[in-house]
Design a protein around this ligand. Structure first.
Ligand code: GDP
Ligand code: MN
Length: 397
C-alpha cells in the first residue's frame, strides 16, 4: 500500500527520523492557517507547497512551489489544489490533487550550501536481505543517475540476524563525503531510518532528497513509503491511511469482492484460477500475438456468483475484444466452473457482447466441455492450452 508524502513523514517522524516539518491542507484557508502555525513553531518565513498525490516527479510537473509570504501561500495552494498534475510518473491525463502539504522552507542560507542526497531502503530479492541504497546525486531522477553514473550509487546490505551495525551507518556517512557534525547526524539518520523501515512493516522507503541543511542537520525532505500489504492486518493505524482516490477504481472494486485483479493495457481479458496459471496464460496470449487486458485470479472457488462478479468487473474495460477463461480443476471441479460460466452468462443477458473461450482441464473436464458445448451460448470450449490461444486469435481476426 502506497502512502502520501505527509503520511510517510508522519511514520518516519514517529521513529525519530528528522523530517521537514509540514501540515496537510485541503483548502487555501487551511493552507494559510498551516503556514501561520509553522511560522510560530519553526520561525520559518518561507514555505513550500507540495501536491499530495501518489506519484513522484511532482516538482517537474509544477506540483512543488516555494511561497515567500502568506499571500503567495494562499495563491499557490489555491492553484495546486484541484489541479490535474502531470508528472513523468503519472499517465498522460495526470492525477487530480485533493490536498497539499504546507512545509517549512529548509533550504535557508547559512555557513555551507544545502546538499541533497538520495536514500532508499528495500529488499534485495536476489540475496533475501534488506539494503540501503544511497547516492550523493540526490534531488534528481535516480533512474538517470543509475543509467549515466552508476558508480555514484552505493548499496549497504543488512544481515537480518544482527540488524544494521554501527560501522555500516558510519560507512554511509563516509561515502556521502560528510564530516564533523553532519557525519554524526547522518549516522543517526540512517540508524533511525532503518529501524523505522523494519518496525513499520514497510516494503519500500525512498527519500529523495535527504537534505543536509546549511547548519548541518540531516532530514527527509521527501518520503515515498510503501507498507507491505500482508502486514496491514496488524497495522490498523497504517491501514487507515489508505487513500482509495489514488488507486485504480476497478482494482479497488475487485479487491472488495475478493478477486485478485490488475488492470493492464491490452484487449484480451482472462479469468484464471491461481496466480501461476494466470502468469502462464498471459505469456500464452502474448506469444499468440495478443495483448492481455488484465490479470485476474478468481481463486479456488470459481462458482457462478464469483464468475459473475468477475464478468462485471472485466466488462468495465471498453477495450475488451475477447474473454479467455482458463481453469485448472484440481480441488475445484471443472463442471462446477462450467456451470458457473453458463449461469453467469444467462444472468447477465446482453451485458456480455464479446466472444468467450473457455479452457477447462482437470477433474471432470469432459463433463464441463459437454456442458459448455450444449449450452447454446456464444461460448467456445477448448481442452488444450494452445487450442484456446488459437481460438482467441481466430475470434480476433
Ligand atoms: P518530487 O518532485 O515529487 O520528488 O518532490 P520533492 O518533495 O522531492 O520536491 C521536489 C524539489 O522541491 C526538491 O528536490 C527540492 O529541490 C525542492 N524543495 C523541497 N522542499 C524545499 C524547501 O523547503 N525549500 C526549497 N527552496 N526547495 C524545496
Ligand atoms: Mn522527491
Amino acid at each position: 500500500m502506497n502512502l502520501h508524502e505527509y503520511q510517510g513523514k508522519e511514520i518516519l517522524s514517529s521513529f525519530g527520523v528528522r523530517v521537514q516539518r509540514g501540515i496537510v491542507a485541503q483548502t487555501a484557508d487551511e493552507a494559510l492557517a498551516a503556514a501561520k502555525k509553522l511560522t510560530e513553531e519553526t520561525g520559518t518565513g518561507w514555505h513550500v507547497i507540495k501536491a499530495q498525490v501518489h506519484a513522484g516527479g511532482r516538482g517537474k510537473g509544477g506540483g512543488v512551489k516555494l511561497a515567500k509570504n502568506l499571500d503567495e501561500v494562499r495563491e499557490i495552494a489555491d492553484q495546486i489544489i484541484g489541479m490535474n498534475l502531470i508528472t513523468p510518473q503519472t499517465s498522460a491525463e495526470g492525477k487530480k490533487v485533493h490536498q497539499v502539504l504546507i512545509a517549512e522552507d529548509v533550504y535557508y542560507p547559512g555557513d555551507s550550501e544545502p546538499e541533497e542526497y538520495y536514500m532508499s531502503v528495500l529488499l534485495n530479492r536476489g540475496t533475501g536481505r534488506n539494503m540501503i541504497m544511497y547516492s550523493t546525486e540526490g534531488g534528481m531522477d535516480i533512474e538517470a543517475v543509475a543509467e549515466e553514473t552508476p558508480h555514484l550509487i552505493f548499496t549497504e546490505e543488512i544481515d537480518p540476524a544482527t540488524g544494521l551495525l554501527p560501522f555500516q551507518a558510519r560507512k554511509v556517512a563516509f561515502n556521502l563525503g560528510l564530516s564533523g557534525a553532519a557525519f554524526k547526524e547522518m549516522t543517526k539518520f540512517v540508524t533511525a531510518l532503518y529501524k523505522a523501515y523494519t518496525d513499520s512493516d514497510s516494503s519500500l522507503f525512498e527519500i529523495n532528497p535527504v537534505l543536509k541543511t546549511s547548519d548541518d542537520k540531516i532530514m527527509a525532505v521527501d518520503a515515498k513509503v510503501t507498507i507491505d500489504d500482508n502486514a496491514l492486518f496488524r497495522r490498523k493505524d497504517y491501514a487507515a491511511m489508505r487513500d482509495v482516490r489514488e488507486e485504480n477504481p476497478v482494482e479497488v472494486e475487485a479487491k472488495e469482492v475478493g478477486l485478485n485483479y490488475v488492470d493492464l493495457d491490452g484487449y484480451v481479458v482472462f479469468m484464471v484460477n491461481g496466480a501461476g496459471l494466470s502468469i502462464a496464460t498471459m505469456d500464452l496470449i502474448k506469444m499468440a500475438g495478443g495483448e492481455p487486458a488484465n490479470f485476474l485470479d478468481v481463486g479456488g472457488t470459481a462458482d457462478a456468483k464469483r464468475v459473475e462478479e468477475a464478468f462485471r468487473i472485466i466488462l468495465k474495460d471498453p477495450n475488451v475484444k475477447a474473454i479467455l477463461i482458463n481453469i485448472f480443476g484440481g480441488i475445484v471441479r471443472c463442471d462446477r466452473v462450467a456451470q458457473g460460466v453458463v449461469d453467469a452468462y444467462k444472468n447477465m443477458g446482453d451485458a456480455i457482447n464479446v466472444p468467450i473461450i473457455v479452457r477447462l482441464q482437470g477433474t471432470n473436464a469432459d463433463l464441463a466441455k459437454e456442458l459448455i458445448d450444449n449450452s447454446g451460448l456464444d461460448v467456445q470450449s477448448a481442452v488444450q492450452f494452445q487450442e484456446a490461444a488459437d481460438k482467441v486469435q481466430t475470434v480476433l481476426a
